[in-house]
Design a protein around this ligand. Sequence first.
Ligand SMILES: CCCCCCCC/C=C\CCCCCCCC(=O)SCCNC(=O)CCNC(=O)[C@H](O)C(C)(C)COP(=O)(O)OP(=O)(O)OC[C@H]1O[C@@H](n2cnc3c(N)ncnc32)[C@H](O)[C@@H]1OP(=O)(O)O
Length: 227
Amino acid sequence: MTSRQPSLRASAWQAGGFVRDDTPTAEVERREAVIESLAGTVRDLIDATIRTTVEDDEVHRVRDDLAALVDRLRVSQLPGPAGVRYNTEFRSWNWGNAVVGAANGIAPPLRIVHDSDGCHADVVLGAAYEGPPGLVHGGVSALLLDHIMGETASGRRRTAFTGTLTMRYRRGTPLGPLRLEGRIVGEERRKIFVAGSISDADGVTVEAEGVFIQPAGTPTAPERPST
Ligand SMILES: CCCCCCCC/C=C\CCCCCCCC(=O)SCCNC(=O)CCNC(=O)[C@H](O)C(C)(C)COP(=O)(O)OP(=O)(O)OC[C@H]1O[C@@H](n2cnc3c(N)ncnc32)[C@H](O)[C@@H]1OP(=O)(O)O
């Protein structure tokens, strides 16, 4: 990208990608379920594409069928990325998000749980997230930790952007079932210090520490109940 991008400062938080959208929560959730079901099938498609061994002619036929389906979805599109929207009830939705976007077939199916200590999520990573053979790509580990640690810092009551994220890859992270965790270990003015980890059944594979910054002038809501 060559054009100059705006920085994620307070003015951007207020006016940029965070869009007030007065769609009622019930309608947001109805549409979210619809689009999530499509994204789930796209995720299956990605896995099937990686692992298929069907003959070349069949690959070409499937490609042509898919191109026709893409044309149908293109009939009505947003002008750009989905951004983050919120309504009068502070229900927010970010359907394009790279980690938790309901409409995003390249986002792993991650369900983040906020608890009293921070956040955790159980996820099963398949072939689409491979780096070394049979192991999770290091950048994918960083992606997932960045997000869950950011959500931990946010606590769903303030915006927090990643300032610095440091990873220690202790051993290979196998594809398959994994647990992600984040917890706040300190706060200093607008800086929130967060520890995070990825574990498999045998223990921690990646540990991380991060400094997340609440942009100046952005609000902090009262504590929200855990889910
Ligand atoms: C009513 C409210 C309800 C809200 C509800 C919210 C719901 C939220 C929902 C869901 C949560 C989502 C979770 C997301 C997870 C994913 C996170 C990401 O991937 S974020 C994208 C990647 N990160 C960027 O692109 C940042 C780019 N950088 C910037 O925009 C700025 O540099 C920023 C905001 C990080 C800092 O800018 P400054 O202008 O505020 O910083 P200065 O005023 O200079 O410093 C403040 C303090 O922070 C330290 N600092 C600044 N930058 C730092 C850095 N990069 N690393 C460490 N410390 C830094 C400074 O040393 C200073 O510390 P001293 O107070 O003096 O001790």
